[in-house]
Design a protein around this ligand. Structure first.
Ligand code: UD1
Ligand code: CA
Length: 449
């Protein structure tokens, strides 16, 4: 059966107190909308339609960033969840299959749960995802008759008996496209909110002799985000789950609670992550690599046996080959560091290539930016870059070459050559002693005055 997705993302998210559309707030470095799309992506949806409203341009860009084929439709006025889904009707024209409706602000619905819903669809016309709520609060209530779902009643419209029900509506719905839109056409807004409720389709389906049922999942999956506090709680839940999954797959962590992952972090077996490390999006760390304390990595690839940190920063495009050593207070951006090379102390390497086994001395800087354009530094294999070398790009240092400490390299250094460019030293005998006594006398005089 082919699947189409409709993601509701028109809501303003008033309680976020934010200029940013709610579904673009992030968990694990990715917008809420991406999380919702990600769990459904395993179903290989034939079409994906995102219903936008507030901040439509930004939401559209985010939807297309995740899936270039996703379409967006504008719901100019938020008249309710049924009205929102109705906006997707034209975009799904001609689609022959099941539609799954998801909320863009509900990031944790699992692929397994969606699979359960698709299975239940085999012998039901409408399948709703429910959960047993610890605190049912203002959720819509699922009114069951044995395994049949009779209706969904919104909290505002519910009787005291209905409010006592703890089986709640997550908002996720699955039905055949033609059935879904036929039912939605029949939804009105005669209710306590004056909104077109998607939930009404269940009762309408029953009056038409169609079969509805509910599938349940863990409450944690249905967690929706409405405020900054809920966003932080969801982030914490995401981190807990990710840490557990990392450890299960063989990642070593001394203090997992202090390590922060992104939605796409990949770490190999027997890699070691020391305390207080942050993985921004786009990082892969291979097995047996070691990320030492207080390092920040983003868009970087760390190969087997490499060591990074403590206090290192890998920025997008950092590509470290096997057994590379990156030490403390080193920043690497858009640069390849080949096998066994070492950059151990207080260094900036940007827009560069460093050959195998080369050693970059403390305080080295690739001067890659002239204020207008970025330029490249190429360092060959088995090179020794002396401490405090300034490499003024574009510049190339050949294999087995060397730069003397404090050299400012402005010209290419040939294979095997040594570049030295610094002011000659002169020693003035006795001068230090004279200077010290002069200064001490001055200080003593000031103290008296
Ligand atoms: C909805 C359900 C409720 C369920 C709850 C779960 C209805 C009528 N009620 O209630 O049964 O327990 O979710 O969280 O469906 N949206 C639009 N356009 C609209 C209205 C909503 O895109 O016109 C989007 C919102 O951005 C949000 C989602 O749909 O992502 C749900 O809307 P919301 O207003 O939060 O519904 P609830 O009242 O919480
Ligand atoms: Ca809600």
């Amino acid at each position: 059966m082919s699947i189409a997705l409709v993601l509701l993302a028109a809501g303003k998210g008033t309680r976020m107190e934010s200029d940013r559309p709610k579904v673009l707030h992030k968990i694990g470095g990715a917008p809420l909308l991406h999380h919702a799309m990600l769990s459904a992506s395993a179903l290989e949806p034939e079409r994906t339609v995102v219903v936008t409203g507030h901040g439509t341009d930004l939401v559209e860009a985010a939807a297309k960033a995740f899936d270039a084929d996703a379409t967006t439709v504008l719901q100019a006025e938020q008249l309710g969840t049924a009205h929102a889904v109705a906006q997707a009707k034209d975009a799904l024209d001609g689609f022959d299959g099941d539609v799954i409706v998801l909320y863009g602000d509900t990031p944790f619905i699992s692929t397994e749960t969606l699979d359960d819903m698709i299975k239940a669809r085999a012998d039901h016309d409408v399948v709703v995802l429910g959960f047993d709520a610890a605190d049912p609060g203002r959720y819509g209530r699922l009114i069951m008759d044995d395994t049949a779902l009779s209706k969904i009643v919104e909290y505002k419209d519910a009787s005291p008996e209905e409010r006592a029900v703890t089986l709640c509506n997550s908002g996720v719905v699955c039905a055949k496209r033609t059935v879904l839109f036929d039912l939605i056409d029949a939804v009105d807004n005669n209710n306590a909110s004056g909104e077109y409720y998607l939930t009404d389709i269940v009762e309408i389906a029953n009056t038409r002799g169609l079969k509805a049922t509910a599938v349940t999942c863990d409450e944690a999956e249905t967690l929706g985000i409405n405020s900054r506090a809920e966003l932080a709680a969801a982030e914490a839940a995401f981190q807990r789950t990710t840490r557990a999954a990392m450890m299960k797959s063989g990642v070593q962590m001394q203090a997992p609670d202090t390590v922060f992952f992104s939605y796409d972090t990949v770490i190999g077996r027997d890699a070691e992550i020391e305390p207080n490390v942050v993985f921004a999006p786009g990082v892969t760390v291979e097995s047996n690599a070691r990320i030492r304390a207080f390092s920040h990595l983003e868009g970087a690839h760390v190969s087997q046996g490499a060591t990074v940190g403590p206090f290192a920063r890998l920025r997008p495009g950092a590509e470290l080959a096997e057994n590379v050593h990156i030490g403390n207070f080193v920043e690497i951006k858009n640069a390849t560091v080949d096998e066994g090379a070492k950059v151990n102390h207080l260094t900036y390497i940007g827009d560069a290539e460093i050959g195998a086994r080369s050693n970059i001395g403390a305080g080295t800087i690739t001067c890659n930016y002239d204020g207008v354009m970025k330029h490249k530094t190429t360092i060959g294999q088995d090179v020794f870059i002396g401490s405090n070398t300034m490499l003024v790009a574009p510049v190339t240092v050949g294999d087995e070459a060397m730069t003397a400490t404090s050299t400012t390299v402005t010209k290419n250094v040939p294979h095997g050559a040594m570049a030295i460019g610094r002011v000659d030293q002169t020693n003035k005998n006795g001068m230090a002693r004279k200077l010290f006594s002069m200064l001490r006398a001055k200080k003593a005089k000031q103290a008296k005055d």
